[in-house]
Design a protein. Structure first.
Length: 317
């Protein structure tokens, strides 16, 4: 495995990171990372980031997981971070089909196996990673438990715009414009283009500024809006996932009461007939619960770690 670049100074993550390049089955080059605790790990957490995200952004989360005794493996999804972009415009978030992300999942799973990271294995997935993660679980991903943070099982948008997610992609493909930025989105990175007071990600000013320094320091970390095709592919994936049987494993889902990016109604619909899953509302949290104000973030991390620890010890909590 060839070493890949990693900004430990920005991530503030534990020492000993193994950050490497791997190629997916369709040739897309991906950046993946793994960490182990100093003592024997009690298990492994597969960390699925969201859209626009990258490994360094989760340095603090990785640090807390490792401090609690967990090995961690994560990645930059295709089209973001240091992984291959899928268009000449590096600012565009694009994928032709959402199932392509499962090729990235396969490489992460292969890395975990090759490094012999220990079982039990748990899934921690945020936003778009929650959409990819639910598909992984439905396809048989071998984990014992899963925690979802603001999973993207629907996207908030005005009611008049929802039919366009079905109509625009095929029209755009006919016109060879499927890689155009989706209407209402911009090429600029959200954290550099949006002031703190208007942001929908976190109520914590210090964290928001920390993310802005990342985008300024590493241009590859800055990603703009999604393509028309990405939005259409996501909408199709939501419908497919809703039609599938719910995975049979313990699940905790967290969503903030000030969520304005993913569709909370969709998250609630997914949980109505999912007896193994519990939905928790996080008072005062915006979209990124793991990047929130200290009191909010600490509560989430405690609940998540207790849930995973119960699974590692054979508990039913």
């Amino acid at each position: 495995m060839k070493a890949a670049p990693f900004r430990a100074d920005l991530a503030t993550s534990p020492k000993g990171a193994q950050v490497v390049w791997r190629h997916a089955s369709d040739g897309v080059r991906l950046r993946l990372g793994a960490w182990r605790p100093e003592e024997d790990a009690i298990g492994t957490v597969l960390l699925y980031p969201g859209r626009t995200e990258y490994i360094e952004k989760y340095g603090k989360v990785i640090g807390e997981l490792v401090a609690a005794g967990w090995a961690v493996a994560t990645l930059d999804w295709r089209g973001q971070g240091h992984s291959d972009r899928l268009d000449d415009d590096a600012r565009l978030g694009h994928v032709a089909n959402f199932t392509d992300y499962q090729r990235d999942v396969a490489e992460l799973t292969a890395l975990v196996d090759e490094l012999e990271l220990p079982e039990p294995r748990m899934l921690l997935a945020h936003s778009m990673g929650g959409c990819i993660g639910l598909r992984s679980l439905c396809d048989g991903l071998a984990v014992d438990r899963a925690v979802f943070s603001a999973p993207m099982w629907g996207i908030q948008m005005p009611a008049y715009a929802r039919p366009l997610t079905h109509v625009l992609p095929p029209v755009a493909r006919m016109l060879k414009r499927e890689k155009a930025f989706s209407p209402g989105t911009k090429p600029e990175s959200y954290v550099t283009d949006t002031g703190f007071e208007e942001n929908m990600l976190t109520s914590d000013r210090e964290t928001y500024q920390w993310l802005a320094t990342h985008a300024a320091a590493v241009p590859e970390f800055a990603l703009g809006g999604p393509s028309v095709q990405w939005v259409g592919a996501a909408t199709q994936e939501f419908a497919r996932l809703f039609a599938l049987p719910r995975p049979k494993l313990p699940v905790l889902t967290f969503v903030g009461t000030d969520e304005k990016i993913v569709l909370v109604d969709a998250i609630e619909r997914f949980h109505r007939n999912w007896s193994e899953a519990n939905l928790h509302y996080v008072d005062g949290a915006r979209h990124e619960v793991m990047m929130e104000a200290p009191a909010i973030r600490t509560g989430f991390m405690r609940s998540m770690l207790e849930f995973f620890a119960a699974g590692a010890s054979g508990g039913l909590a």
